[in-house]
Design a protein around this ligand. Structure first.
Ligand code: SF4
Length: 249
């Protein structure tokens, strides 16, 4: 794997991906497959805790901020299905209906727009409530992976729509990225859907069509094309699909 990893990150990628792939292959009951990936998400917490204390001390992210929750979020199908499971188990009927309304509005606003146009909308994620994530335990991998050392930089990047300020913390970002890529690659190696979806659009689909989860367990595409993460008009729509390449054999 060449993703600019240092030796430690490369080892984390191989260890995490190999373990997830072995567990997915040993799981016989389709209903238990998502539980394997829910457990794998704990690896983000372990990787964060293992990052140097000096790097962790620079993290500016705080509950109630939510600045980074105003950009399009991409997610693999298993992340969307884990979020849907959490919402179905934890949300009250009133909160569930309200969320469905926000997700439907999000989906309509994103339909037919390129990634650049979606980002320019600066739409708040439908899961953001009072500045905090309402599905924090089940948030997508890109949300788990993001840590900033500069809140003013986050705000000005959102304001201008351009990442003028680098707010990422290399010692943390590299570890998080290794875990994220390892899990997603292991899912693809096990034969599951490797496409990136727009999180809000696919979550709306998952919460309104229970067959999405069935299709995923059968190793079919979980969500329709109108839920795909958008690229630019001249880009190959399959360019970002993660495919089995024998990384962990
Ligand atoms: S899922 Fe949660 S953390 Fe991720 S963008 Fe939405 S509100 Fe923010």
């Amino acid at each position: 794997m060449s993703a600019g990893f240092n030796l430690e990150e490369e080892a984390l990628f191989e260890k995490t991906g190999g373990a997830v792939l072995r567990r997915l292959r040993k799981t016989r009951n389709p209903a238990d497959l998502l539980a394997v990936l829910r457990a794998a998400h704990k690896e983000f917490d372990r990787a964060y805790a293992a990052a140097p204390a000096a790097a962790r001390a620079t993290v500016a992210c705080r509950a109630g901020c939510g600045t980074c929750c105003h950009v399009p979020v991409g997610a693999q199908a298993h992340e969307v299905l884990l979020a849907a499971e959490f919402i179905q188990a934890r949300f009250s009927p009133v909160d569930f209906e309200a969320l469905l309304g926000r997700l439907a509005a999000h989906r309509a606003a994103f339909a037919g727009r390129s990634m650049r146009e979606r980002a320019a909308l600066k739409t708040a994620c439908a899961l953001l409530r009072d500045g905090s994530c309402s599905i924090y335990e089940a948030r997508p991998e890109s949300c788990r992976s993001h840590h900033s050392n500069n809140l003013d930089g986050c705000r000005s990047n959102l304001e201008t729509g351009i990442d003028f300020t680098n707010v990422l913390i290399p010692e943390i970002r590299g570890r998080m990225f290794a875990v994220m890529l390892a899990i997603d690659q292991a899912v693809a190696e096990a034969g599951f859907d490797g496409r990136a979806y727009d999180f809000g659009s696919a979550l709306h689909e998952a919460l309104t069509d229970s067959l999405c989860a069935v299709r995923w367990t059968q190793r079919q595409p979980a969500f329709p094309e109108n839920c795909w993460e958008a690229g630019e008009p001249d880009e190959d729509p399959d360019a970002g699909v993660i495919r089995a390449e024998g990384f962990f054999e």
